[in-house]
Structure formats: C-alpha cells, structure tokens
Design a protein around this ligand. Structure first.
Ligand code: HC0
Ligand code: SF4
Length: 594
C-alpha cells in the first residue's frame, strides 16, 4: 500500500491508483468533465487540478498516480480559482439554452457552473466579452456549427459542446467506427465528422454510445417526447406502448431499488398512469423472434444457406452491415427485430381484435437504443391504411431517457405506484425473451427452444451455457444437440458485442480462422442493457449491475422458455399458423438494403 495525505488526512491506497480514484474512494470531491469511468483517460479539460507538495505546478488528478508520501490539496484557493477561470471561459462560449435543453437537470457542466457560481460578473467572462467586442467577433462564432439532425436517431448541436472529447473516445474505444474527432485549429477547434459531413453521410451506425457519455446536451437522441405527450393528451387515437427488455432493469437502477426487485409491474403502472391505453411487452415478440429465427436456422442447416447466420435484431449492427459489410447481407437472419415484429402484429392482429384500422392506433416503442428510432423509420416497415396511405408500424420510439423525462414532466414516480400488469394479447413474455436485453441472451433463449424446433432429445439445462454469459466482447460455445432419430444438429455458436469486437471477429471469419453456424451480434458492449439511450451514469458497475438484474429475473421467473409462452401458442393457433409460414413471412421477415 502507498501512504498519501489528502487535505491533511492520512490514507492508504493501492500502488498505481490515480489521485482522482484515491480521492473519490475516500470521499474527497474533485471536479471532472472529460473523465468518464468507462472511457480511456484524456486529461484535456484541466478541471481536476490538485496542488501537490513539491510540484511547481498543479497536477491533473485523473492522469497522476500516487507516490509514497504524496501530499495533495484538492481545495486550495489557487486550485479553486483556476477551476473557476477554466469554467468561466467555457461558460462564455456556451449558449443560454439550458431551460429547453435535452440535458437540463442532468448536465454535468450545468452542475459545475452552479457549484462554482460562474455568473456573468466573473472577471474572465467580462474580459472575454470586451475582447470580442473590440475585434467585432461574435462570442460564439468560433464554435458555431450547424445543428445536425440528418439521421432519425441522433441530434448534434455542437454549439453546446464543451470539447471534453468523450464522444470521440466512445466512438473509437467501444465501436472503433471513428466518426467523431477534433477538427480545425487555433481557437476554432470543435468536434466534427469526416469532412464535416452530416452524420447520415458517414458510416455512423446510430448506436448513440457518444450520446450516452456526453456530459452536456451536445449529442443526444432525436427527442420525440413532445409528440408522444400530444398523442397522450389529445386521446384522438388508441395509444399503445411496448417496452424493450432492457428498460425495466434501467428503471430499477434509476429508482435505486434492491438488486432482486423486479421493477416490471411498477414500470407498467407508470406507463398506465402516463395515459397509455394498452401496455404491451417487447419480450412477447422476443419470444416470437425465437420461434421464427430458430426455425430459419434449422431450415438453413437442413436445406443450405449462408453461414454463419447472424442475428438481425440490433439496428446498429444492421446499419454496420449495410454501410460497411454489404457482402454479409445474406448472412443476416431475415427476421425483423422484436420491435418491428410487435409493431406489425399490433397494427394487424391486435387491430383486428379491436375492430380498428392500422391508422387508428398510435404505437410508441420504448427502447434503450437510439438506432431503434431509425429502424422504425425504414420505408419497409409501413403498411397500407384503410385509405390506402402508408401507416408506420411504429409511430414513435422513445429512449429510456425520454421515458424518464415524460415521467418527470407528469410528476410520476413509478416506484410509488401500485403494481400493474401488461395487457393481453401481447403482454406475456418469457424470461428467455427478457434475456434478449443482455449480450448472449438471444443465443441462450434460442438454445432453450432448440428442443422443440429440432425435436432434440437432449436439451441443454437452463443456465448451463455459462460460456456465453458475462461481459466479454467475444464469446463462443459448442451447443451439442442430437435429434430423436440420432441426427447430429450441434451448433457452433458465438456471441459478440461492441463494434470494435465485431470488427475483430469478422476479420477472423473472413480469414477463415474461425467458423460458426450461428452468431449473435449486438452493437453496444454488453448488449441493450448498455444501449445508447439508457440513462447516463458515472457508476463503472452500471452495466454489470443491470446484467445481474437480468439473470436474477430469469432465476425468479416461472415462464422461462419462449415456446411455452401461452400468448405465443395462441398467436400461432389463431393467426400466424406456423413459424416461417406464409403470414409470418409477410409480417415478421424483411430484407436489407444495398
Ligand atoms: Fe434490445 Fe431487442 S433486446 S434489440 O437489445 O432482439 O434496443 O432491450 O428491445 O427489438 O426484444 C434494444 C433491448 C430490444 C428488439 C428485443 C432484440
Ligand atoms: Fe459513433 Fe455510434 Fe456516435 Fe455514430 S452514434 S458517432 S457510430 S458512437
């Protein structure tokens, strides 16, 4: 252990600990902006400066490791004034949009400005204003850049950017897609795209990992809160909501409930209180996906087809294939994602039960993902209304963050409400379907159901496939299966999450170093629990916690197999007739673009 002193208090920490980690672990506050616990360290915002005895200059706490006998001061008058001056310079370039900003109330820069009281009278701010007056420049001109909402998923307002570079590191470190970088020089630096083009002209996959770590509101999802609010308030149509697997665990984390507390009934109660007429579960259509995708895999294995077969439920991954790996399009499963499957059955099967036309229903999908917004807007996911006009299967997609904004606007705290249940006939989901939200979950759910699709005699016991659990980016398992008549139908399975891992994996597939039959692909590291639309968090364990909640829910569930879901049996009996049948192909399968 290393002996150090912080603000006069003697403490012991492990060697190689940074001053920032040592201070945080012992309850000392050090301001940060470019630092994020899940990203590599950059040390470029200069807000975490501390005085260290013997050093002629303050040191950045995030990049400096402790040494024996180190004496640190985090709150000397000089340190505080330096931090205040840096903040004042940033504040002078920042627009006054807080009241309507995406991140109002959840903005790290706003918190810092308030904490250090950087008002208009701060001398650095007056100095900058006078300087710009003399040179006849607008104060904000150096950082001015147009608002970019060229994709359906992400909105970028670089005027709000504080140049911390977290988005650049997220796009590089998690995804290795490198859309964002610092451009320009000499006071005109800002974050931009290659050739400064709008996002939809780049290879951006719309995953939103950049927005997840943005400390301000410079990169965010394209907000649809007001449109949804209008639908809920006007009551002109039947307003239906469906919720992705990963939402319930994110809300559980957000409302800080016990790790084994299933927040689902509270979430449903919150959605009902918001005014939704029907609350359905995307876990239902995750189960439906298992029936369709499992059947497709077995058909390919028996009749031939492209291998490995890749899952198709993650829209970030689909964007990546279409933009960067078009040669792999035929390897994708033809199944729509669970979001689009439930979208299609709500506007057909459910509409029919209520004697409604597709255009009489507004369907809001709550997703942990920004790319789901773009997926819902794909031109192939529409159907004809009674008047012959196109009606989208999903009208609005809101992220978990937007759902929290809606709840806040309506002053609803779901944890204080009485439990409520999903509505029928699309409200029952198995815990296998729920596992879709975590990396490895689609594979695990598929293996659980393989027994009925293949008529297998030796199904894998529940929870046995340990190799595909956990947060590793690339996982593999051999799934030994034999049909009743002795035929070997073993599947070589792999599970990959995170764009950087996907690229490494595909390189090995291309070089024939690896061979698989079935591969689950998720663009966000860890899967949807870590989607780009999830609440921002500075807790390094936040993804692990959500994953553990998912497995706890699975252990506690009574319905753990997709094919045993009574509503799945019912929809095949009454409507679809058989997996991969004629109607399934029309409603539940799709194609991919050049
Ligand atoms: Fe996912 Fe999904 S599991 S992509 O991660 O497959 O976003 O949670 O809703 O559609 O079900 C996201 C999460 C979903 C879909 C499901 C899949
Ligand atoms: Fe990179 Fe994803 Fe952000 Fe696009 S949405 S810039 S791919 S992190």
């Amino acid at each position: 252990m290393v002996n150090i002193t912080i603000n006069g208090r003697k403490i012991q920490v492990k060697p190689k600990t940074t001053v920032l980690d040592a201070a945080k672990a012992n309850g000392f506050y050090i301001p940060t902006l470019c630092y994020h616990p899940r990203l590599p360290i950059a040390g470029n915002c200069r807000l975490c400066l501390v005085d260290v005895k013997g050093s002629w200059k303050p040191l950045t706490a995030c990049t400096t490791e402790v040494w024996e006998g180190m004496e640190i001061e985090t709150d000397s008058p000089a340190v505080i004034e330096t931090v205040r001056s840096s903040l004042a310079m940033m504040r002078e370039e920042h627009p006054n949009d807080c009241m309507t900003c995406e991140s109002n109330g959840d903005c790290e820069f706003q918190d810092l400005i308030y904490r250090y009281q950087i008002d208009a009278q701060h001398p650095v701010r007056s100095l900058l204003r006078n300087k710009f007056k003399k040179t006849n420049h607008s104060i904000t001109e150096p950082c001015y850049s147009p608002y970019d909402n060229s994709t359906f998923s992400i909105a970028r307002d670089m005027n709000k950017c504080v140049k911390c570079g977290r988005c650049i590191r997220a796009c590089h470190h998690f995804q290795n897609i490198n859309i964002l970088g610092f451009i320009n020089r000499a006071g005109y630096e800002r974050v931009g795209t290659p050739m400064d083009r709008p996002m939809n002209f780049t290879k951006c996959v719309e995953c939103g990992q950049c927005s997840q770590v943005c400390p301000v509101g410079a990169i965010a999802e394209r907000n649809e809160v007001i449109e949804v609010l209008k639908q809920l308030d006007s009551k002109r149509k039947v307003v239906v909501v469906s919720t992705a697997p990963a939402i319930r665990v994110a809300l559980a984390e957000n409302f800080n409930v016990e790790p084994d507390f299933d927040f689902t009934p509270k979430m449903v109660a919150g959605l009902k209180k918001l005014g939704f007429d029907y609350v359905f579960d995307t876990n239902f259509s995750a189960d439906l996906t298992i029936m369709e995708e499992g059947t497709e895999l077995i058909t390919r294995l028996n009749e031939g087809g492209k291998f490995p077969m890749f899952t198709s439920c993650c829209p970030g991954w689909i964007n990546m294939v279409e933009k960067s790996y078009p040669e792999l399009r035929d390897n994708l499963s033809s199944c729509k994602s669970p979001q689009q499957m439930i979208g299609a059955v709500i506007k057909t099967y459910f509409a029919k039960q209520l004697n409604l036309n597709p255009e009489d229903i507004i369907h809001v999908s709550v997703m942990p993902c920004t790319a789901k917004k773009g997926e819902a807007k794909r031109p192939e996911f529409v159907r004809k209304g009674s008047d012959g006009k196109d009606v989208p299967d999903i009208d609005y997609v809101i992220t978990t963050r937007e759902l929290l904004t809606l709840l806040k606007l309506k002053k609803i705290n779901p944890s204080e409400l009485k439990d409520a249940k999903f509505d029928s006939p699309l409200g029952i989901g198995s815990s296998a379907g729920n596992l879709f939200g975590v990396t490895g979950g689609v594979m695990e759910a598929a293996v659980r159901t393989a027994q009925i699709i293949t008529g297998v005699e030796n199904p894998i016991p529940l929870g046995e496939l340990k190799a595909i659990r956990g947060l590793d980016g690339i996982k593999a398992a051999n799934v030994p299966l034999k049909t009743k008549d002795g035929k070997d139908v073993s599947v070589r399975a792999a599970v990959v999450s995170g764009g950087a891992n996907i690229q490494k994996f595909l390189e090995k597939i291309k070089n024939k170093e690896l061979e698989f039959d079935f591969v689950e692909m998720m663009m966000c590291p860890g899967g949807c629990i870590n989607g780009g639309g999830q609440p921002k968090s500075a807790d390094p364990k936040v993804v692990l916690n959500k994953m553990q909640r998912m497995y706890t829910m699975d252990n506690q569930a009574s319905l753990r197999l997709s094919h045993e879901n009574p509503e799945i049996k019912e929809i095949y009996e009454k409507f679809l007739h058989e997996p991969n049948g004629h109607l399934s192909h029309e409603l539940l399968h799709t194609h991919y673009n050049d």
